[in-house]
Design a protein around this ligand. Structure first.
Ligand code: ATP
Ligand code: MG
Length: 279
């Protein structure tokens, strides 16, 4: 590492004592860097001095009691909060070194790079095929029919849904079961080859078998994508996440690799939460 790189590296670390500092696995490339992020809805502050480094091609789980700011934080990563009136954001969100909130940042391009999967599966009222190909067509990633067919098959295979739907691609996405619909939404998200996939409680509306399927899928997808997922299920966080951040009242209380955090939480509040003593 050159002297310049070292100083830049060092200066990118927040002051000791801030939760982000512990998670510095040198083998992982940085995907998202957040510094001193504050967010207000009108007068009410929902995120307070959030600092975190999120690493590429890992699963990072966000946990914490209802209303602590997990969804708000996720929406800062692809500027979905812009769509909500009276939101004020301060601080830095960098993705691959580029300031997400810079005026010249193209929001459409940003949302292509940062896909999102919601709690309730929400396929478009279109065929299974068109659900997957809609965004790639919009972004001019495919034109010829053969290319589109190939992309649809690949995305559905990667989402673990191909075998179940290959003979009914023209049926409505909404005709699938809840778990299948969620995998369709994942196929739709990965069809544009994003860098990052945000998942906001992706399994909380699903049965245990569909949940296990999605958890397995996350494990496979992290080879290609950076995944940030919100969950209220501590076992799920422990199973799927390489890193976990514990949010409380808009702040990150603790952030670490999941094994360490669950085996040996540094902060009492984290321990109380993950052992179910509150929240
Ligand atoms: N659109 C909005 N307008 C005003 N306040 C909001 C809005 N969305 C969220 N908030 C407030 O911001 C705070 C954080 O909410 P957020 O939805 O981010 O929490 P969360 O951690 O995702 O909760 P949950 O686990 O229940 O989904 C809450 O106090 C909430 O009431
Ligand atoms: Mg939420």
């Amino acid at each position: 590492m050159s002297g310049h790189e070292r100083s830049r590296h060092a200066s990118s670390r927040p002051e000791p004592g801030q939760p982000v500092t512990r998670n510095t696995d040198a083998n992982h490339e940085l995907s998202i860097r957040v510094r001193d992020l504050n967010l207000w809805y009108g007068q009410s502050q929902a995120l307070k001095n959030v600092n975190i480094d999120i690493y590429q091609k890992n699963v990072t789980a966000l946990i914490g009691p209802s209303g602590c700011g997990k969804s708000t934080f996720l929406r800062c990563l692809n500027r979905m909060n812009d769509l909500i009136p009276n939101v004020r954001v301060e601080g830095l969100v960098e993705m691959d070194g580029r300031d997400v909130n810079a005026p010249k940042m193209d929001e459409v391009a940003l949302r292509r790079r940062v896909g999102m999967v919601f709690q309730k599966p929400n396929p478009f009222p279109k065929s299974i095929y068109d659900n997957v190909v809609y965004a790639p067509r919009m972004h001019d990633l495919v034109s010829r029919k053969a290319e589109q067919d190939e992309l649809v098959e690949k995305a559905l295979r990667d989402a673990g849904l191909w075998e179940e739907v290959k003979d009914k691609l023209q049926e409505p996405g909404t005709s699938l079961s809840g778990g299948q619909q969620q995998r369709l939404c994942i196929a739709r998200a990965i069809a544009v080859q994003p860098d990052v996939i945000l998942m906001d409680e992706p399994t909380s509306a699903l049965d245990p078998i569909s949940t296990a399927t999605i958890e397995d899928l996350m494990d496979k997808l992290k080879q290609q994508f950076t995944i940030i997922t919100v969950t209220h299920n501590m076992q799920q966080a422990a199973r799927v996440a390489d890193y976990t951040a514990f949010f409380h009242l808009g702040e990150i209380i603790e952030y670490n690799d999941t094994k360490t955090m669950f085996a040996n939480p540094a902060v009492k509040k984290t321990e109380d939460y993950i052992t179910g003593r509150y929240g």
